[in-house]
Ligand binder design. Structure first.
Ligand code: MN
Length: 216
């Protein structure tokens, strides 16, 4: 039972369901947030119902150390704490009309310098990020992550697995599950990945990146 502790809650979107149109459609946003993300939250709360020690842990901790929680809830924590964390970040790193000028999808600020250092230039970075997203078989995520020295790289994770569990700070991530794009883009994951750059909020990405030296 929940001993008076706070359960995990579904965060509100910081914008309307239709705010990311035409790049992400309203129906996808409604289902993705209100049903898919909500389901991860509900299932995580259900899994922790009788786990008083885990109930007191922050979500970040559950995601990072999910592999060492009691065996009877390990799979549920891995999938649902991961799903809750990943989606909470995903909503925050997008914003309406983020890159209103369609010819300028490039990163700005400090992260732009880090990206150029690792990938050469913004266009190469986008291509490698998209290629990584296309090469992920089945469901998962594609990430830009930073190590403690601030060096960025791209990685992919299956299902709802998290870069935190691998010791990296996630600064940007895109959802490769079909539920993220299938209603509008059908089987065309590449088109979705290309369009998504239009809604990336580089201000938020920079804020996340600038914590690279802090403990995860
Ligand atoms: Mn999703």
């Amino acid at each position: 039972m929940y001993g008076g502790r706070l359960k995990q809650v579904l965060p509100q979107l910081g914008y309307a369901y239709d705010a990311l149109e035409p790049f992400i459609d309203t129906e996808t946003m409604k289902l993705h947030h209100d049903k898919h993300h909500a389901s991860y939250v509900d299932k995580l709360n259900a899994a922790l119902k009788d786990e008083s020690v885990l109930q007191s842990k922050p979500l970040d901790w559950l995601v990072r150390f999910g592999s060492v929680v009691p065996e009877q809830v390990r799979e549920a924590v891995r999938n649902n704490a991961g799903g809750h964390w990943n989606h909470s970040m995903f909503w925050r790193t997008m914003r309406p009309n983020a890159n209103a000028d369609p010819v300028n999808l490039d990163p700005t600020g400090t992260i732009a310098a880090a990206i150029n250092k690792s990938f050469g230039d913004a266009k190469t970075f986008r291509k490698r990020f998209t290629d990584a997203g296309l090469s992920q078989f089945g469901s998962g995520w594609v990430w830009l992550v930073a190590n403690t020295a601030g060096v960025v790289k791209i990685l992919t994770t299956p299902n709802q697995d998290s870069p935190l569990a691998h010791g990296f700070r996630a600064v940007l991530g895109n959802d490769l599950w079909e539920h993220a794009y299938y209603l509008k883009y059908k089987n065309r994951r590449a088109d979705y990945l290309d369009a998504w750059w239009n809604v990336v909020d580089w201000n938020e990405v920079n804020a996340r990146y600038l914590k690279f030296g802090e403990p995860l």
